[in-house]
Design a protein around this ligand. Structure first.
Ligand SMILES: [Zn+2]
Length: 330
């Protein structure tokens, strides 16, 4: 992994590279920020770089050929330890076994890098056990704790780490990453980027989620023929979402994106800006007055707020669809 493989986190990476340059690498870092924005990638890039035998120091890139780089890439570099939660927590036994490896003497000029992913899942005992080591740092040992829930880490741990914040990614970067990873899904990338809200891992989950894909297809086919659908049919269709808050939330987001696209088609005609690129023809066939579209978008926003304040998902869906139906049939 290279620093250049991490997109959109220039600030965080700059802090680390400056530390490398000044030989002021901290004993413990805490990478904080939302899921799926490059924290673990950055940790792996730093670990690989620190032990690369032929690094390009001018560009902060690892050579990819030396034994350490080859082992880092294959996950067998003995000085790079990546600890993940065992089930729903990181247990004291995991930390103990980790620390026994850390205490082994280091070869000269090499770094031991310990990455603890989802560090907020450490049990209290695990955190206390780790704390002792963080308080007495060993030379050439770097701990990198990663978390998306910094508020759930003990203050004692926080105070021992240098915090490096990571941020949500702008849509253009998510789009670039997805285009590189999934060129065959071109027509869905715009939509997934819009739903991902700045997180590559959310985007990946959405791309892989067949359930959402099929619900979306079903929902859009309902929206397309909404003027011809009776209120009784709408109520019948909503039955399947009884108590399914998660899916109704996704559908409400999809509905907003749908009518936003219709608005774009009706006002600017800029087809390249549409999110639902795989629905161009049906979107063009939707003739709804811009004024009505603004009302509809408002209905979806209200529905989202109601869902958040724990209204019944099915009822929220019924109301928004019935109101939308009235708006598109006038
Ligand atoms: Zn190397």
């Amino acid at each position: 992994m290279q620093f250049s493989d991490v997109k959109g986190q220039e600030k965080a990476i700059h802090i680390l590279q400056r530390a490398i340059q000044n030989r002021h690498i901290a004993h413990a870092y805490l990478f904080t920020g939302p899921e799926g924005v490059g924290k673990k990638k950055t940790a792996l890039a730093l670990a690989q770089y620190l032990n690369c035998a032929a690094a390009d120091t001018a560009h902060f890139s690892s050579c990819e050929h030396c034994p350490s780089c080859i082992q880092s890439v294959s996950g067998s570099q003995p000085d790079l330890i990546l600890l993940e939660p065992d089930g729903s927590s990181i247990k004291i036994e995991q930390i103990r076994s980790l620390l026994s490896k850390v205490s082994l003497r280091n070869y000269e000029n090499t770094y031991k890098v310990i990455i603890i992913n989802d560090a907020h899942l450490m049990t209290e005992q695990a955190a206390n056990c780790l704390l002792k080591t963080l308080e007495e740092p060993t030379d050439n040992t770097v701990f990198i704790l990663i978390t998306a829930q910094v508020q759930n880490l003990p203050v004692t741990i926080l105070s021992r780490c240098q915090q490096i914040p990571f941020h949500l990614l702008p849509p253009s970067i998510i789009q670039d990453i997805l285009q590189e990873l999934h060129p065959e899904r071109q027509s869905q990338i715009g939509l997934v980027t819009a739903l991902a809200k700045g997180s590559v891992s959310t985007a990946e989950t959405l791309l892989a989620n067949e359930e959402i894909a099929s619900a979306r297809q079903d929902f859009y086919s309902l929206l397309i023929r909404l003027p011809q659908v009776s209120p009784a049919q709408i109520i019948g269709w909503c039955e399947q979402w009884d108590k399914n808050k998660k899916m109704v939330k996704s559908l409400l987001e999809l509905g907003q994106l749908w009518y936003h696209d219709v608005l774009m088609v009706n006002t600017s005609g800029q087809m390249t800006l549409l999110v639902n690129q795989d629905y161009l023809a049906p979107l063009k066939s939707q003739t709804i007055e811009p004024q009505q579209l603004l009302h509809i978008l408002q209905y979806f926003q209200t529905a989202m707020a109601q869902l958040e304040s724990n209204a019944s998902p099915r009822l929220v869906m019924e109301v928004v669809l019935l109101k939308t139906r009235t708006a598109v049939t006038v």
